[in-house]
Design a protein around this ligand. Structure first.
Ligand code: SF4
Length: 966
């Protein structure tokens, strides 16, 4: 075996690279007496599949006729990929979990442990590749271990660095322990050696790495870093059986022909970098520079400028355009803008599976299992298109389920949801079927949650249980129908098969963390898109002769990009062992950039000048180019972002004023009447369209929740004492009773939402004040008569007063459509008190301040709730709010507030106005959005009426024929 048969040549990594390589291949074949039109006997290995077409096209152009191309291949992906076998990661995970230092440092964080296991698996592979030094490509573990130990001893002797020593030793131990296991780099090396031994075809090998002059790159030198040791060994092994031609892409050669590049980056061309840049720039004569730089003020501006540029190139007939995604966020936005402009982008970088809705549906399943079916997660998961795909009535079932959960305030747990569905009441046949379906769905989920929890204690068992759940929950079929979903399924199948032989215990949380890590690593690439616009990484753009390229996000943070933290070994140790270092990773990016600029005739870099308030620097590599360009040609390369200009006709948004007489219901509620007074459009949306916000399950209790509980406590308290003269009962007894009723209502809620405790305390503070008020009222002859009464009253012709009828405490349903005639008013009265002289007062409990309530009572007819209660309870001689605020500074916090005006005329005036307004609506007058600012602030219809869009423009609009009447 000799190295003499490896012929080597370097080729400038510029636009002529592939034509030159094609020429070398033809010369290589000719030397072996092969015909140019039949190259099938030659094997060519290229760095990436995208290069195969570059070579074929270049050969075609040179041969100029039909020909049989050489066999083109890339090295097996095991060498380039970061992928690590799962079984191996699982073994390392178990080993790390048992290590005292790891336990102390990472605790019980499965995600951190999996990440560590993966990092160590990669490091072990790096060590194996680096140790494969001999011509045979075999790994000399002992010799390399000695080198590693010596290096660690040298570099970790200082106190500050000593803390790294045990961790590096741990890695060394794990690496040595796994040397006999045939996986990862060990297996890849063995397979390559076997392939090399079997190969008899003449081979052309196009090296992956770009050469620059900082590195010694001769194939026969043991210190070589650029062409890796194992590559050297392998080529020599191949050369024992057949001729081998090594072609090395040389950036230095490419940059040397571009004076600006050579002056800006002397290290790449091997020039003296100690010469000041100003002196180097002075030697450059005016030269064309294929680069412009666009500085933007925001992400949107940068993405728009990038998209605009692509559209310009596209319209100018540029054949192939690269979007180099240095900053993925901005690049994604650019892609979205282009897609909006009907220009598809072939994204070779792909989307992480973790960002897809398909993977999210799978991960959400684990959240449900872990959090005992938390309601928000459950609703999200149920609404995913990847769940319950086989249920025909899914939409109705889920809607029913959601309404039940929200109405009951069920937070989590199958029991609470079952109860919520049970409480949802009865109705038509369709609703009953949907409820039965919702119950069935819940039972299905509950069964799978139980299976997931009892799956067993091995990773394989959890993977199997997940597969079972996917089938049972109708997820597998839905995922299979979607391209991204199919990719997710492939990952899950791989996971199941690779984990099958793995022994050792693992919890469900540990399995979930492993799955999350996989989804984070795997990208989905949509291979179905064909487009001249391609999104690539900087590394993937190398040696590809695009006609134009955009570097998106070319700031100091992204170009060059700092490599991820190296685990356990300092850069100095890594350099000594010929492992990649931070410096070499950054230098590789500089070489890739130089090659891109030498290859692509039009390059534009975009960057954001600011991140919020902070300045954001341009890439230092580009700054150097800029400096030289200014000196050489007086051009700083900076360009302003361009924006397309459009003619847009001004069309102010109109204040809405719909007419809808046909939508008037037969029955109105008191709150709808208040809407009619506040804003006619609010009435239209709430009452006529019957729109309403979905109720939220109360997780952090608010005043509304407090108000509801307050009503229940007072109702039960007064039902207990309804036949007693309260001023004759000891205040302590009344207070004790009220406290007991409060506990009965608040305690279950506090158990579910502990924050309710503060409202319980607030209520307890009001008890003394309320009892005092109650006893004074009792002494004045008042007693409680009824509570939570639902009453329906007839709305007669103007001028008449109506008589109400009680519906009971459950309340009535909103009436059917009245074909333009409202005949009934309904309301629920908190409390009716009667006095010994026969007077009746309607009371409404409010958990609001007295000041707040009294301001609404000043103008007659603004607050119509109390007068309309008077209309409902026709015998009422007065009505008032009972405010429950906070007891503070000697104030009891309980106060009665009645309208200032005489009650009977107030009721008559309000009911007269209501009838007239309803009559006018029935006649078709418009219902404009005319809410006052204080009303609009709290109005949930603000988005619908577009209040914020017409507010200024429509200030002058008049609605002489609209309601409410003046
Ligand atoms: S936001 Fe104001 S104007 Fe719009 S519907 Fe509500 S109350 Fe009326």
């Amino acid at each position: 075996m000799t190295a003499s048969r490896v012929a080597t040549c370097t080729v400038a990594a510029d636009r002529e690279f592939w034509p030159t390589v094609a020429g070398r291949v033809l010369a290589f074949a000719a030397a072996l007496e092969m015909r140019a039109r039949d190259l099938r006997a030659v094997q060519v290995i290229v760095p990436a599949w995208s290069h195969a077409s570059c070579l074929r096209s270049a050969l075609q152009r040179q041969i100029g006729a039909a020909f049989v191309p050489p066999r083109i291949a890339v090295w097996p992906s095991a060498m380039a990929s970061d992928e690590q076998p799962l079984a191996r990661q699982a073994e390392l995970f178990a080993a790390l979990r048992g290590n005292a230092w790891v336990r102390e440092s990472f605790g019980a964080q499965p995600a951190a442990l999996w990440s560590l296991a993966r990092g160590i698996a990669q490091l072990c592979d790096e060590l194996t590749w680096a140790a494969a030094a001999g011509a045979s490509g075999e790994v000399d573990f002992e010799k390399f271990s000695d080198r590693l130990q010596a290096s660690l001893a040298r570099h970790f002797h200082r106190r500050a660095a000593r803390v790294l020593q045990p961790q590096a030793q741990l890695v060394l131990q794990l690496w040595r322990a796994r040397r006999s296991v045939d996986d990862g780099a060990v297996r890849a090396l063995r397979e390559l050696a076997a392939r090399a031994d079997a190969n008899r075809a003449p081979l052309v090998y196009v090296a992956e790495r770009l050469l620059d002059h900082l590195l010694d790159h001769r194939v026969d030198q043991a210190t070589d870093q650029d062409l890796r040791r194992w590559e050297c060994a392998l080529l020599q092994r191949l050369a024992t059986h057949a001729p081998v031609l090594l072609i090395e892409p040389d950036v230095a050669l490419a940059a040397a022909t571009q004076p600006i590049l050579a002056a800006a980056w002397p290290e790449i061309v091997g020039a003296d970098s100690t010469v000041p840049i100003a002196e180097r720039a002075a030697t450059v004569r005016a030269a064309a520079m294929p680069l412009a730089i666009i500085g933007a003020d925001s992400l949107e501006e940068e993405a728009t400028a990038a998209a605009q540029q692509v559209l310009q190139w596209h319209h100018a007939g540029v054949q192939s355009i690269a979007l180099v995604a240095l900053d993925r966020l901005t690049a994604r936005r650019t892609r979205a803008l282009l897609e909006r402009a009907q220009v598809l982008v072939r994204d070779e970088t792909g989307w992480k599976l973790s960002t897809t809705s398909a993977a999210a549906a799978v991960m959400r399943w684990f959240d449900l299992v872990a959090a005992d079916l938390y309601w928000r997660d459950l609703l999200d998961w149920l609404k995913s298109p990847f769940t319950l795909a086989d249920r025909a009535g899914k939409a109705n079932e889920i809607a029913t389920f959601e309404q039940a959960v929200r109405a009951a305030g069920a937070l989590q747990g199958a029991l609470a949801f079952r109860r919520a569905i049970g409480e949802a009441g009865t109705g038509e046949v369709a609703a009953t079927a949907a409820r039965a379906g919702a119950r069935e769905v819940l039972a299905l989920i509950e069964a799978q949650v139980t299976l997931a929890r009892r799956a067993g204690a091995r990773l394989a068992a959890h993977a199997r249980a997940l597969q079972g759940a996917l089938v049972a929950l109708g997820m597998r079929a839905a995922l299979a129908r979607d391209p991204v979903g199919a990719s997710v399924l492939r990952e899950l199948d791989t996971l199941e098969s690779e984990l099958a032989p793995v022994a050792g215990r693992a919890s469900l949380a540990e399995f979930r963390a492993l799955l999350a890590q996989r989804f984070e690593q795997i990208a989905f690439v949509d291979s179905g898109i064909s487009s001249p616009v391609v999104m690539v990484s900087l590394a993937a753009a190398r040696l590809r002769p695009f006609d134009a390229a955009l570097l998106i996000g070319a700031d100091a943070q992204h170009l060059p990009q700092a490599p991820a933290e190296f685990l356990f070994m300092s850069n100095a140790v890594r350099a000594e062992l010929s492992l990649p270092t931070a410096e070499s990773a950054q230098r590789a990016q500089a070489a890739q950039l130089a090659s891109l600029l030498a290859t692509v005739p039009r390059v534009i870099a975009t960057w954001r000048r600011r991140h919020g308030d902070e300045a954001n620097s341009l890439s230092s590599l580009l700054e150097r180019l800029q400096f030289v360009a200014v000196q050489a040609a007086g051009d700083d390369l900076l360009r302003r972002p361009q924006r397309a200009e459009f003619e847009v006709a001004v069309a102010p948004t109109q204040r809405p004023a719909p007419q809808a007489p046909q939508l008037l219901p037969a029955r109105l509620s008191v709150s709808h009447c208040q809407s009619l007074v506040d804003c006619a459009y609010q009435f239209y949306a709430r009452c006529l369209l019957q729109l309403r916000d979905l109720e939220d399950v109360i997780e952090v209790p608010d005043k509304r929740g407090f108000g509801r509980t307050l009503h229940q406590v007072l109702l039960h308290f007064h039902l207990e004492w309804q036949h007693r003269e309260l001023h004759l009962v000891a205040a302590n007894d009344l207070a004790a009773s009220l406290q007991a009723h409060a506990r009965a209502e608040f305690d279950p809620q506090i158990e579910r939402t502990p924050a309710m405790l503060s409202f319980h305390r607030r209520f307890e503070g009001l008890i003394a004040g309320y009892i005092a008020w109650l006893q004074a009222r009792s002494r004045a002859g008042w007693h409680w008569s009824a509570g939570e009464e639902s009453i329906v009253a007839e709305l007669r012709a103007p001028g008449g007063r109506t008589g109400g009828r009680t519906e009971g405490r459950t309340g009535g349903r909103a009436g059917e459509r009245g074909a333009g005639r409202v005949s009934e008013l309904r309301g629920r009265i908190d409390r009716i008190d009667r006095r010994s002289d026969g007077a009746t007062q309607v009371l409404d409990y409010k958990a609001r301040t007295a000041a707040d309530l009294s301001s609404g009572l000043i103008a007659a007819g603004e607050d119509v709730q109390l007068p309309l209660y008077g209309l409902l309870a026709h015998a009422a001689s007065s009505a008032a709010y009972l405010s429950f605020d906070r007891a503070r500074d000697g104030e009891p916090g309980v106060k009665l507030l009645a309208p200032k005006q005489p009650f009977a005329p107030l009721v008559a005036g309000v009911s007269q106005r209501l009838r007239l307004d309803l009559q006018r609506i029935a006649e078709g007058v418009p219902l404009p959005a005319i809410g006052a600012a204080t009303v609009c602030e709290k109005c949930e219809m603000r988005g619908l009426c577009r209040r914020d869009f017409w507010e200024l423009a429509a200030a002058e609009q008049q609605f002489p024929q609209s309601v409410p009447s003046p």
